[in-house]
Design a binder for this molecule. Structure first.
Ligand SMILES: [Fe+2]
Ligand SMILES: [Fe+2]
Length: 232
């Protein structure tokens, strides 16, 4: 069992991830999956290693928890979000943390990072804000993860989104948001990670565009909209 024991209560990361996974699987949201939260976690550790040489163990603990839980409050893709998902994620995490007896200062740090992971501008001062910045970057970097892009575009095609599906417009949409987010990354390490990923990402886009250009029949067929029933 992977735990940190410097607190009154040891943090069991396996249990924390399992509980978050259950919630994510229940939502059946094809973008904000377990694969997404694991990718965010791995991006965050890389940014932490490259950017926080003096970081404290308890901040690393909070960062890991925030990665696992940040999207647990997402709905499925067909329903309108009643409560902002970051607020719902915080509610779910706080409940779990209370049951597990987590120290309040860890909970507060995780809550702060989750609440600010969605839309935010500049960075604040201090390590706590630094954690929020890491989570934001780690989350947005998944946009140029080629393994995830295909999975998500197939998800669109499979009928979770409302309206007419088009490979062309989905691809253009994806290229657009990847450019938009890179300008707002907070750390050099995040920008390095983006550039490493971007090669694979652009190669995938080029291949997909070539495929679409030479497969009109495929495009026409997959541009019909799907019936969501029975797909998941
Ligand atoms: Fe999110
Ligand atoms: Fe996310």
């Amino acid at each position: 069992m992977m735990t940190f024991t410097c607190f009154q209560c040891p943090i069991d990361f396996v249990a924390a991830r399992d509980e978050a996974c259950k919630l994510l699987l229940d939502k059946r949201n094809f973008i904000h999956t377990v694969a997404h939260s694991d990718a965010v976690h791995s991006n965050a550790l890389r940014i932490w290693d490259g950017s926080c040489p003096d970081g404290k163990e308890e901040d690393l603990v909070a960062l890991k928890l925030a990665c696992y839980w940040h999207d647990t409050g997402r709905n499925d893709r067909d329903s309108v979000e009643q409560t902002p998902h970051e607020v719902e994620s915080v509610r779910l995490f706080s409940e779990f943390a209370r049951r597990s007896g987590y120290p309040q200062r860890i909970v507060d740090t995780v809550v702060r990072a989750i609440l600010s992971h969605r839309n935010r501008g500049g960075r604040g001062d201090g390590l706590t804000d630094c954690l929020s910045d890491i989570l934001w970057d780690a989350d947005k970097l998944d946009i140029v993860n080629p393994h995830r892009v295909l999975e998500i575009l197939w998800g669109f095609q499979a009928g979770y989104s409302a309206g007419e599906f088009s490979w062309r417009s989905s691809l253009d949409y994806w290229k657009g948001i990847s450019v938009k987010f890179v300008e707002r990354l907070h750390f050099d390490e995040s920008r390095r990670l983006f550039l490493e990923r971007y090669d694979g990402f652009s190669e995938l886009i080029v291949q997909m565009e070539a495929f679409l250009a030479s497969n009109h029949e495929f495009v026409a067929r997959t541009s019909r909209v799907p019936n969501r029933e029975g797909i998941i």
